[in-house]
Design a protein around this ligand. Structure first.
Ligand code: SF4
Length: 693
């Protein structure tokens, strides 16, 4: 079978942003226009990816050539939510005309802010993801506050470090202790394990995992701590208490590089392991043992995950964890410090891609995580502004992924709401649309990518022709702009021209001068990467005293020093269980939840329930249970699992809504309450009851 291998970049919402080597198979011209996708491998030559990718992307051909890929523009002629049978094909011109007319009609009736272009990270490519903002700003449509993933974690990290970057992930291989806190890289970010494995193999490094349940990563760890969800801040405080008390704090480092070590030490005097044990549910000995291991290991590296930030107190929790290497001075060590995300490492000028020169700061901004309350007219979100009467959606599937699904579904079901969805598949959100437009995959369009876990800026060129009539997000945005009369130079440029000019504006080599393999390493010098030339606060110090006022409107509810913030939904006698809706290995949000191998591996929606709880309810593995709270209830199958505290229930996903008996998924139970201090989805901060069915 003749094939060639071409470079690409994984576009999915995953920090690894893997460099890929893609097999392109030459087929008969009649099939797939002469090219189809073979195996996808991690690029061995890119030294973060190091030849490794996750199984779901290795089998990307299943998704690329999936028989259910959308191939033509569609107009809905049947009921909302009924699926493909409710749609009829139309031409691209008719579809785009219809969408432009609907947006114009809505804006004429209610004002421009009635239109909400809604997107997220179905692709992480900057052109195909963020170009929607150029249309938004040119038309003065409602803005979108991107809170669903990283608002809480960003807030927590900025509070101490002051910039969205950390120590190069490749340095984990030079560490003597890696702490994976609130993440599960074996399942969701496999490359991290390559570097951790190297440290264990070559240096005898220890691996500690902090996670409320025994994940696949925790199974491989030397030590697993499983605090109750929402209590990681208490654990971090108790660890710091021990570090100070037992002489593990590097006082020369803290004097030079931190703002108020004496104040922190005094504040933590009462936050001892006994205090934290009562909050976290951990044993005092476990906390003490971890603190001492961390304290005596100079080269300690914390890989900060997102999980423990998805809580009402998530920013405060992440801030507390980020303080640990500042107490011991691990930031100064090779293989030491911490990494949350490097997405702020490369200072790219986003003006052209996002049309920031057309942004009118008086246009209203709506919280994407509160799409349910927004669409159902909650005055807390809409204020005195118009209702949302038109949505244009790219790169996301809010009918499944957004919290408080009941409200989201009710909102999308409104007969007076026009919806256009540009998608690769007939997702649950697309099924609610009036017009559906077929979208290209990353293999069929050009884009540029940053990586949260590494230091590369990567160029991914189209390597396959578009499937059927699919068009890229950029092409659709430009075509709509023309019909709507939106003016901006970016609408007249190709994706490559946008990338080229953006690189030039950012002082980086343009497309012609970019490395041939598309991989440009922007790793800073050691002193900068380790903040030895200062943290990115005005005084260049790491801040133990957070200035929450500078970060969000709800600052007054957060203490300045790291602490346990009891703002979580900690349950009550009617809802004693703490539900964590964790990511599964084979899905990525909803992106892979329709490929055969992912579905086969994941089985069915399942609640992991402590065996003592199961037997107390006279249930056995495989029995159906109902989980519920004020927002509703749903049925899943239960499986006994002893890798967590008895109050914890885990449901991995995200499964399609139709995988649940009553047609609505796990986000029925999660809350759209904004986390502190500036919003953020609180997916892992949910209390529920659990009953036999
Ligand atoms: S590990 Fe993440 S970035 Fe790498 S291939 Fe898988 S989804 Fe993509």
């Amino acid at each position: 079978m003749p094939l060639d291998i071409v470079p690409s970049v994984c576009p999915h919402d995953c920090p690894s942003a893997c460099a890929l080597d893609v097999e392109r198979i030459k087929t008969a011209p009649a099939e797939a226009r002469g090219r189809s996708l073979g195996r996808v491998r991690g690029a061995a030559a890119q030294d973060y990816t190091l030849g490794v990718v996750c199984a779901k992307v290795a089998r990307y051909a299943e998704r690329q050539h999936h028989p259910e890929r959308l191939s033509r523009p569609l107009r809905r002629v049947g009921d909302k939510g009924a699926g493909l049978d409710a749609f009829r094909p139309i031409s691209w011109d008719d579809a785009l005309d219809e969408v432009a007319e609907a947006l114009t009609r809505s804006a004429q009736r209610h004002g421009a802010e009635t239109v909400w272009p809604y997107y997220y990270a179905g692709t992480m490519g900057l052109v195909q993801r963020d170009g929607i903002n150029r249309l938004r700003h040119a038309m003065r449509y409602s803005r979108e506050d991107l809170t669903i993933c990283n608002a809480l974690s960003d807030a927590g990290w900025f509070a101490g470090v002051g910039a969205k970057r950390g120590v190069d992930g490749r340095e984990m291989a030079k560490s003597d202790l890696i702490v994976v806190w609130g993440g599960n890289p074996v399942s969701t970010q496999v490359n991290a394990m390559t570097h951790i494995a190297a440290a264990r193999r070559e240096r005898g490094a220890k691996l500690v995992v902090v996670d409320p349940y025994r994940t696949a990563t925790a199974e491989r760890a030397d030590l697993h701590l499983a605090p109750l969800p929402g209590t990681d801040g208490a654990l971090a405080c108790a660890v710091m208490h021990v570090l100070f008390k037992e002489g593990y704090s590097d006082r020369a480092y803290t004097a030079r590089y931190t703002d108020n070590p004496e104040g922190l030490e005094a504040h933590l005097a009462t936050r001892n392991p006994a205090w934290a044990a009562a909050i976290t549910g951990l044993a005092e000995d476990e906390i003490m043992g971890f603190a001492r291991l961390y304290g005596r290991t100079k080269r300690s590296y914390i890989r900060v995950g997102y999980g423990f930030s998805r809580s009402r107190n998530g920013a405060a929790q992440l801030f507390a964890v980020s303080c640990l290497p500042a107490v011991t001075g691990a930031w100064a060590q090779e293989g030491g410090g911490a990494l949350y995300s490097n997405l702020g490492l490369v200072a790219l000028d986003h003006t052209l891609i996002e049309g920031l020169d057309r942004l009118d700061p008086t246009t209203r901004i709506l919280d994407q995580s509160r799409i349910g309350p927004v669409l159902t007219g909650d005055p807390r979100d809409l204020g005195n502004g118009p209702p949302i009467s038109a949505l244009f959606v790219q790169n996301t599937n809010p009918m499944v992924v957004a919290p408080e699904s009941r409200l989201v579904h009710r909102g999308f079901a409104r007969s007076d709401l026009f919806v256009c969805v540009h998608e690769q598949f007939m997702t649950e959100t697309a099924a609610m649309a009036d017009v559906v437009l077929p979208a290209t995959t990353f293999l069929e369009h050009d884009d540029i990518y940053l990586g949260g876990a590494h230091t590369y800026l990567q160029l991914g060129r189209a390597v396959l022709p578009p499937h059927a009539e699919c068009r890229s997000n950029h092409d659709v945005i430009c075509a709509l702009a023309e019909r709507l009369g939106a003016r901006h130079p970016g609408f007249a440029m190709s994706a490559v021209e946008l990338i080229d000019r953006t690189l030039e504006l950012s002082g980086l080599p343009g497309v012609e001068n970019f490395p041939e393999d598309g991989r440009l390493d922007r790793c800073p010098p050691f002193a900068t990467g380790h903040f030895l030339d200062g943290f990115r606060q005005a005084d260049k110090k790491f801040h133990f005293r957070a200035d929450w006022r500078a970060i969000g409107a709800e600052y007054a509810r957060l203490p300045a020093f790291p602490d346990h913030v009891a703002a979580i939904d900690d349950g009550d006698p009617d809802r004693p269980f703490r539900l964590v809706a964790a990511p599964s290995r084979s899905f990525l949000n909803t992106t892979f939840n329709n490929t055969p191998s992912s579905l086969a591996r994941e089985g069915r929606p399942t609640a992991l329930v402590h065996p003592h709880v199961l037997s107390g309810l006279r249930l056995v593995d495989g029995d159906r249970v109902r989980l519920g709270n004020r927002q509703g209830s749903l049925v899943v199958h239960a499986r006994g699992f002893d890798g967590m505290q008895k109050r914890v229930v885990i449901v991995e996903g995200l499964w399609p809504n139709h995988a649940f008996e009553e047609g609505i998924g796990i986000n029925l139970l999660t809350s759209a309450d904004p986390g502190l201090p500036r919003g953020g989805a609180v997916f892992h901060d949910t209390s529920v009851w659990l009953r036999p069915v």
